[in-house]
Each structure stands twice: as C-alpha cells, then as structure tokens.
Design a protein around this ligand. Structure first.
Ligand SMILES: C[S@@+](CC[C@H](N)C(=O)[O-])C[C@H]1O[C@@H](n2cnc3c(N)ncnc32)[C@H](O)[C@@H]1O
Length: 317
C-alpha cells in the first residue's frame, strides 16, 4: 500500500478488536485460522487468559459496509471452526469498538487497585481476593461490560457524583437520594452512589451480559439491599428519581435523553456523559428543550459531561 493510502487508513479507520477465549488447543487453532483474514497493517496475538488462552485480532476499516462484512465473515469462520475445535459453550467471542472501550478483568490494564477519584478505590476482582478493609472500596469484575472507572466518561460522572456528595471533604453524602444509573454497564456508578450514601440505586442495562456482570458486582460488594440491577431500558426504570446518571454514547443520548425529565423528581439532577466537544451544542439543546437547566460542564480529554437540573415549575414543591 502507498504511504498516503496508509496515512488515510490510519486517520479514518475504525478499530475493532475481536477476542476469542477458551481452551488452549481450540483457541490456538482458531487463531491460526483467523490470521488469513487480517491485513499486514492489522494486529493479532495469542496469550494466557483466566482459565485458558486468548487470541486477539484487531482489524482496521475505513468503510462501514466493508467493516460489517468483515465482522460477519470472521464471526461465521469462528462459529464454523468452534464446532470442530471445542464445544461452542466453552468458547467466548467478543467484539469491541476500540474507539470506545475499556480494559477487562484478566487484562494487565485492569489488575491493580486504583483511585479513580479521591476516597474511592476500585479493586479489580480476581479469584481468592480477600474482602477489602476499606469500606470505600468497590470490588469490580468486568468480564464483558463497560465501566472500570478508567474511561474518561466514567471518571467525569464519578467526579460529579463526588462533588454532589461532598466527598472531597468526606461530608454530606447522597443521603436519602434515589438514584438511577441508566446504561449501568458494570454498575460502577450505582455502586459508587451507594458508597456515597444514597438510599437506593437502580441500574438498568440493555445488554444482558453487562446486566449479569452488574448484578454480580452488586453481590460482590454486599450492596444487594441498596442497589438493584434490571435488564432493560426506560421500561425497566419505572418511577422518578432524585438523580439520574446516564453515561451512554451520544447516539443513545439523542435517542433516549429526552426521557430523563419524566424520570426526575421535582428539583432533581442528572449527569450525562458519553459525548465529545463537537456534540456539546446539540446535546445541550436537547436537554434545554426538554426543560432541564445546564448547570455545569466538565471535560476530560475529548470527552464531556453535563450536570443538569430540573428547571420545571412544580406546583407542589
Ligand atoms: C458507556 S457504557 C457506561 C457504563 C457505566 N455506566 C459507566 O459509566 O462506565 C454505556 C452502557 O449503556 C448501555 N446502553 C446503551 N443503550 C442503552 C439503553 N437504551 N438502555 C439501557 N442501557 C443502554 C450499554 O450497553 C453500555 O453498557
């Protein structure tokens, strides 16, 4: 490929990672097979994973239609090959858009405890992990769900939460509040709200795998009495809340964001994230048109978050 072609590809390509986890022999064979589906500019590797081996291929594609076709071809190759190499249920396949993704349990990037914000530690779960001594620690298992606390959008939401809770001074908390974590992923924001003292938190999540991970995280943190996770979307989030957290990609915010005011108690607040500077104007208009006041904006890298307040007039307080 000529050098200008490569530059174009590097500038405009979408980067997708396909991982295959399972028994060593099967994963090795699948990895060998998949090598023939990648181009010289793309990456592939094969290494140890929790309970077996992992093969990873990263494909770069500038054309969306071509990308879809390649993903379908690769997936069907994996499916065909799985049948011969090992029982299908032993092999786990995952596709991630690397422009918007995160490390996961078992990867080197998510192994050690870290403080995404002061006074809150995230302890990556591992087999045999001892109960943490510090009550401000969240144990997280993130096998196939977004939300480790490392992505800027999660960080921005955690910072707003801490600000509202007065965490910087270990004061106040979110006492008495009913919180909704819309698109909860691993459940990290609902868990953090619970650690900051909210009365109840509900996490709703459309992806069944992520909802399962969030439920497990609630149990790992002994917060079943405070945090509830439901698989679904707005239909699963009945009632009104004092605080709605919605860290979802811009496309989802445009689609479902206008529903937020209907789920807020009078005077309630919302934190939305998952969009970039370029979409800031449109996202603001969306919420202002639906009756919310943009109270504060925060950014981290290219990502933004807004703190919104219910600005509607309510007759009975
Ligand atoms: C960027 S992740 C955020 C995870 C976590 N709340 C955090 O802040 O790290 C967005 C999550 O929203 C979920 N999601 C997307 N659309 C949704 C919808 N309409 N209803 C519920 N969940 C949705 C996705 O499956 C994904 O797990």
């Amino acid at each position: 490929m000529c050098s200008s072609g490569r530059r174009l590809e590097e500038t405009f390509s979408m980067e997708f990672e396909i991982t295959i986890e399972g028994p060593a022999r099967a994963v090795y064979k699948i990895h060998e097979k998949l090598k023939s589906f990648i181009r010289s500019s793309e990456r592939t590797d094969y290494h140890d994973a929790l309970g077996g081996k992992m093969a990873r291929i990263v494909i770069l594609e500038g054309d969306e239609e071509l990308l879809d076709r390649r993903l379908v071809t690769i997936s069907s190759q994996i499916a065909d090959f799985c049948g011969d190499a090992a029982p299908k249920e032993d092999i786990r396949v995952r596709v991630r858009n690397l422009a918007y993704s995160e490390p996961y349990t078992g990867s080197g990037e998510f192994a050690e405890p870290f403080e995404p914000i002061p006074f809150l530690t995230v302890q990556p779960w591992k087999p045999g992990l001892a109960e943490p001594d510090d009550p401000q620690t969240i144990v997280l298992d993130c096998p196939h769900a977004f939300g480790t606390g490392k992505h800027p959008t999660t960080l921005l939401c955690l910072r707003f939460l801490a600000q509202m809770a007065g965490m910087e001074t270990r004061g106040g908390g979110l006492q008495g509040l009913r919180v909704l974590d819309f698109g909860c992923g691993t459940g990290i924001l609902a868990l953090a709200a619970a650690k900051m003292g909210c009365a109840r938190a509900l996490g709703v999540e459309i992806d069944p795998d992520a909802a399962k991970a969030a439920k497990r995280n609630v149990t790992l943190n002994h917060l079943d009495g405070i945090v509830e996770i439901r698989e679904g979307s707005w239909e699963a989030a009945r009632g009104r809340f004092d605080l709605v957290l919605a860290n979802v990609v811009a496309g989802v915010l445009f689609k479902v964001g206008a529903e937020i005011p209907a789920h807020l108690n009078p005077g309630g607040r919302a934190v939305v994230s998952g969009f970039g500077e370029k979409q800031d104007g449109e996202i603001r208009r969306l919420f202002e048109d639906s009756g919310l006041i943009v109270y504060e904006k925060a950014s981290e890298g290219d990502w933004c978050a807004l703190l919104l307040k219910d600005g509607r007039l309510h007759k009975n307080g």
